[in-house]
Design a protein around this ligand. Structure first.
Ligand SMILES: [Cu+2]
Length: 71
């Protein structure tokens, strides 16, 4: 296991409900260890096992919601 941390900027979140949607989307990715989403900061802090997943998959899961990763 190779745990990495990333902060991902996300546009469009307005409230706690948005945070929950994004949190659930990120948690659905295999290999994600921990997630903390803030709509005020407009970002997600994610810990993930880099031997099991990749940021690309996490970004894809976020982009599958109404909210979008800011590149
Ligand atoms: Cu909301």
């Amino acid at each position: 296991m190779e745990v990495k941390e990333a902060t991902i900027k996300i546009s469009g979140m307005m409230c706690g409900g948005c945070e929950e949607t994004v949190t659930n989307a990120i948690k659905s990715v295999d290999g994600v260890q921990d997630v903390s989403v803030s709509h005020e900061a407009g970002e997600a802090k994610v810990s993930y096992d880099a031997s099991a997943t990749d940021l690309l998959f996490i970004n894809m899961a976020i982009n599958g919601t109404h909210y979008k990763v800011v590149e």
